[in-house]
Design a protein around this ligand. Structure first.
Ligand SMILES: *Cc1c(COP(=O)(O)O)cnc(C)c1O
Length: 483
């Protein structure tokens, strides 16, 4: 058993850790400056398999440099979210301190299903949930849980909504024990909501589309019609799912009027704030989520606009008791048969996960050490920068802005001299994106809107400056000149 003793050797850990943190600090220096580093060091998926074969030695490599060599290759070949010109998907450049806290979680491995398996992280979870609910304007009866991602979070909230509003016990008796259910949601809703209703057994028709306005926001005046259509087709509508903000264009559905509608009809209001609930932290932009405190449930990803490493998602309930409805079944060997709300500290009563990471730790540590103001300032600056960029795009004759941004997501396209249209113009955007990414200078994504294909940037990395976005337009122009 010598090998396993060596594997746990604290001195080896100290040495590996020192070198690793040193290496990562150098990496942060280099990548945040951005020079000479491709944002996405593109390797074809097939070739990547050759770089990382399932060829494991039977006995350990005795070389002390082996760890460093392996992990520095990982760093070099990964997508660099701390690069100022990473403006792709809505995943943030994590705070280094939060990454260190995550390492503590990995080593302590307190699994959180029951209090005894995570006493500190359980208390910290309660504290960050309390802080987050207060930011949204929820009252003292609010609560919630942390879970693994917005997709799981939305499913969790909708399970609670179903228990509260279906009019029958679908959890115990099955979804066939009552009329088919539905939620109302706009076509801009994240696909995981559709997936959640299908997981619950409601079929494709379980999400009924509500039309959007010209800025991709749900039209509250169209809710009544959507409800009638759903009811007419034999569905019982239990909830409205509003996006704050939508993934594709960052549009905030008007929560106040939607909440009015829900109150009139006794419907649950769920706000998918995975990306944009953090607007509540910004004095300048909190108006975008006006009315969020009237939601029954809110999902908020801290790995998007709160600078956390993935995953850490809050599922917040205006009435904390609702959160016990999502997974009402009890596992007696864990929970000793009392009502789960007597045991708020046994986390697994309220989450899909049994074991989960100590995900509260990184958030608690970051809020404690960096302070809360930094997070609000960050949201403000990212939203501001998106507006400045959109302004620039709107005034450039060779670019077209899809829509004025509300959040930090901007959709636009290169139109050049305006000679292309339709499918040709769509194909051009994809071609430009591929070229710009392959050149290594930027990482950006694309989205399909009714008007066609658009390039899409999310300004989410505090290292990104206006000059980077100006350079992006130039890089696209340059690529466009040679297509
Ligand atoms: C990102 C996102 C999701 C999915 O969240 P994950 O944490 O990636 O699972 C859901 N809804 C919205 C609005 C999002 O922006």
């Amino acid at each position: 058993m010598a090998a396993i003793d060596d594997a746990y050797d604290p001195e080896a850990f100290r040495e590996h850790g020192r070198r690793l943190v040193d290496g990562l600090a150098d990496y942060l220096h280099a990548v945040r400056r951005g020079d000479g580093v491709a944002v996405l060091p593109w390797v074809d998926p097939g070739r990547s398999l050759e770089h990382w074969p399932a060829a494991f030695p039977e006995r350990p490599d005795p070389s002390p440099d082996a760890v460093q060599a392996l992990l520095s290759r990982v760093v070099a070949e990964s997508t660099h979210l701390h690069h100022p010109r990473f403006v792709g998907h809505q995943v943030t450049a994590p705070l280094p301190l939060a990454a260190l806290a995550d390492m503590v979680s990995a080593l302590l491995n307190n699994g959180m299903a029951v209090y005894e398996m995570g006493p500190v992280a359980t208390a910290m979870e309660r504290a960050v949930i309390e802080w987050m609910t207060a930011q949204l304007g929820f009252g003292p009866g609010a609560g919630g849980v942390l879970t693994s991602g917005g997709s799981v979070g939305n499913l969790t909230a909708l399970l609670a909504a179903r228990q509260a509003c279906a009019g029958f016990d679908a959890w115990t008796d099955g979804s066939h024990a009552g009329p088919p259910l539905a939620v109302l949601a706009s076509g801009q809703t994240h696909y995981c909501v559709q997936r959640a209703v299908q997981i619950m057994g409601w079929g494709v028709g379980g999400a009924v589309a509500v039309p959007v306005d010209e800025r991709f926001r749900m039209r509250p005046d169209a809710l009544e019609g959507a409800l009638d259509r759903a009811t007419g087709s034999g569905r019982r509508v239990i909830a409205v799912v509003a996006s704050a903000a939508s993934t594709s264009t960052g549009a905030f559905d008007p929560l106040g009027p939607i909440a009015d509608f829900c109150e009139r009809h006794g419907l649950w209001l769920h706000v998918d704030g995975a990306h944009g609930a953090a607007a509540a932290l910004s004095p300048k932009y909190r108006g975008l989520v006006d009315g969020i405190a009237r939601a029954n449930s809110v999902v908020w990803d801290a790995h998007k606009m709160m600078l956390m490493p993935a995953l850490v998602t809050a599922v917040l309930f205006r009435n904390d008791a609702s959160s016990y409805e999502a997974f009402a079944q009890q596992a007696s060997y864990l929970f000793e048969g009392r009502h789960p709300s007597d045991e708020w500290f046994n986390g697994a009563t309220r989450t899909l996960e049994c074991t989960k990471r100590m995900m509260s730790l990184k958030l608690y540590v970051s809020l404690s050490i960096h302070g809360t103001a930094m997070f609000g300032d960050y949201v403000t600056e990212m939203f501001d920068m998106a507006r400045r960029f959109a302004h620039r795009v709107a005034y450039a004759v060779d670019f077209e802005l899809a829509v004025e941004p509300e959040a930090n997501i901007v959709c636009f396209r290169f139109i050049g001299n305006g000679s292309k249209g339709g499918i040709e113009l769509d194909a051009l955007q994809d071609e430009l994106r591929s070229r710009v990414i392959a050149a290594g200078g930027f990482y950006l994504v694309r989205t399909a809107l009714p008007a066609g294909v658009f390039l899409r940037v999310t300004i989410i990395n505090p290292a990104t400056k206006d000059a980077d976005l100006i350079a992006l337009l130039d890089a696209i122009r340059e690529a466009g000149g040679t297509v």
